[in-house]
Structures are given as structure tokens and as C-alpha cells.
Design a protein around this ligand. Structure first.
Ligand SMILES: Nc1ncnc2c1ncn2[C@@H]1O[C@H](COP(=O)(O)OP(=O)(O)OP(=O)(O)O)[C@@H](O)[C@H]1O
Ligand SMILES: [Mg+2]
Length: 252
């Protein structure tokens, strides 16, 4: 099941660059939340703070509170556990290129010590079905490498890999921006399906995409969260002039 994410007074830095300033927002469980805003406003940094990836950068610093399903991910659990519970999919599909499709999906489970063949088979099949890739690859699971798939298939493989370890949250940083319209539509359909089981946070530059898939939308500007509301409100009657300027294409 998905869980809620509560972010309170989050600040993040790269060296002396104060990249995120006092971000407070509460993301409900089992919804898709879209994050929009001009390039460099801090969207990727924000999602990386939600699964403790930001701190893997040696010059990075973070303060504030992030609660996922009530648990403070910075003080009440480990980074490894956080990244199992909170999966991430990136802009460029990044399957392990030399591994087979099967091994790509099973990699997270193996890392967590699972060896039972039947369990692995079951999870690989379930995950590939969830990511709507199963029918296209089921006959070549162990023959074909991750790198031999098309870009759109690779992205669905990466989603399957993320789902295989049974996360509660799926973070997607521009998951469709490198894909053609057909693959993009598949990813959007998928987000719709996955919402019933996971909480989804999606960064996108595509306003129509945000409007199609997300219940709520947050608008970031210069490291601050300007507005966070229902997607409908953000796109039809935003409360802040800067949001309106952005969504109507006046800047950014
Ligand atoms: N690894 C890094 N080292 C130093 N500064 C960084 C690093 N990554 C991002 N930044 C800086 O942090 C700020 C926010 O960047 P971020 O990548 O979060 O923006 P973004 O909203 O995701 O942009 P885009 O839409 O282009 O992906 C920018 O000023 C950027 O230069
Ligand atoms: Mg980004």
C-alpha cells in the first residue's frame, strides 16, 4: 500500500548554494503528485531528498524533516531501508546494460539476500506485468539484455526493477521526457494503474502530463515551493501570480 509523505521545513544545499529553502508539503497516500517549475528550481534535488539520495553527494547537506508513512527517514531508519521503501525512476532509463531482463528485475531482491528460484520467478513476472512489459519480453527474459530493449521498454524495465522490492512510494524524475508519444502514453497509463498500490511523485515539464496523471501539483521556483494544491486548481485558478505566469508560458 502507498503511504503519505510529510515534508517539514526541508532545506538542502550543494556547498554554499542553498538549493531548497524551507519546503513544507504533505503528499497524500495513493495519489500521484506532480512537481513542476523552471529548469534549476530544485525539483530533482527535492525528490532526491525524499529517498536520501541527496546525501550521497559529498558537498550536499540537508536539514528538516521527511516522514514517510509516519517514519522520519533521516533519524528513525537507515538509508538502505529508505531506498527499498522508496523506489526511483530517472529521466534516462538506466537498466544494467549487460544483465538480462530477468536479472535486471531480480537485482534488488538478490541484493536483499533472496535466493529462492520460485520466489524470484514470481516477483519478476509480477513486476513486469505491473509495468506493462511482460507480454513484450516474456519469451526472452534470460536471453535479452536490458540494453537491447527500446528506450520506452527500458523505462518500463526500470519501473519493474523499482517495483520488484515492494516499495511504498515511487519517485519519477521526468520519466517520459526521453520517450516518444506512444511510450509516454504507456507510462502515463501505468501511473494510473500504480496509484492504487503506491504513492507516486512525478517531476515533469509537461503541463498536460501533470494535468492528466496527478491529483495534486506543486509549483517550485528558485528553490521554494510557491504553491501546492489540487491539479485542477493549479491549472485553472492558481492562487499565486507566479504560478499563473509559469503555466501560461510567460516565463520558464
Ligand atoms: N550535483 C550538483 N552539484 C552542485 N549543484 C547542483 C547539483 N545538482 C544540482 N545543482 C544545483 O541545484 C539547483 C537545483 O537543481 P535541480 O537539478 O534540482 O533542478 P531541477 O528543477 O531538477 O531542474 P531541471 O528541470 O533542469 O531538471 C541548480 O542551481 C543546480 O545548479
Ligand atoms: Mg531535474
Amino acid at each position: 500500500m502507498g503511504v503519505s509523505i510529510e515534508v517539514n521545513n526541508l532545506n538542502a544545499w550543494y556547498g554554499t548554494n542553498h538549493t531548497l529553502q524551507d519546503i513544507t508539503l504533505h503528499i497524500p497516500a495513493n495519489e500521484a503528485t506532480a512537481l513542476i517549475g523552471p529548469s534549476g528550481c530544485g525539483k530533482s534535488t527535492f525528490v532526491r531528498c525524499l529517498n536520501r539520495m541527496h546525501e550521497t553527494n559529498p558537498i550536499a547537506k540537508v536539514t528538516g524533516e521527511v516522514r514517510v508513512g509516519g517514519l522520519d527517514i533521516y533519524s528513525e531508519t537507515s538509508a538502505v531501508e529508505v531506498r527499498r521503501r522508496i523506489g526511483m525512476v530517472f529521466q534516462r532509463p538506466n537498466p544494467f546494460p549487460t544483465m538480462s531482463i530477468y536479472d535486471n528485475v531480480a537485482s534488488g531482491l538478490r541484493l536483499n539476500g533472496y535466493r529462492n528460484r520460485r520466489t524470484l520467478d514470481e516477483v519478476v513476472e509480477r513486476s513486469l506485468k505491473q509495468s506493462a512489459l511482460w507480454d513484450e519480453v516474456k519469451d526472452e527474459l534470460k536471453k535479452k539484455s536490458g540494453a537491447s530493449l527500446s528506450g520506452g521498454q527500458q523505462q518500463r524495465l526500470c519501473i519493474a526493477r523499482a517495483l520488484a522490492v515492494d516499495p511504498e512510494v515511487l519517485l519519477m524524475d521526468e520519466p517520459a521526457s526521453a520517450l516518444d508519444p506512444v511510450s509516454t502514453a504507456k507510462i502515463e497509463d501505468l501511473i494510473f494503474q500504480l496509484k492504487s498500490q503506491y504513492t507516486i511523485v512525478i517531476v515533469t515539464h509537461n503541463m498536460q502530463q501533470a494535468a492528466r496523471v496527478a491529483e495534486r501539483t506543486g509549483f517550485f521556483l528558485n528553490g521554494r515551493l510557491v504553491e501546492f494544491d489540487s491539479t485542477h486548481k493549479i491549472f485553472t485558478n492558481p492562487g499565486d501570480k507566479r504560478t499563473e505566469d509559469y503555466i501560461t508560458g510567460r516565463f520558464g
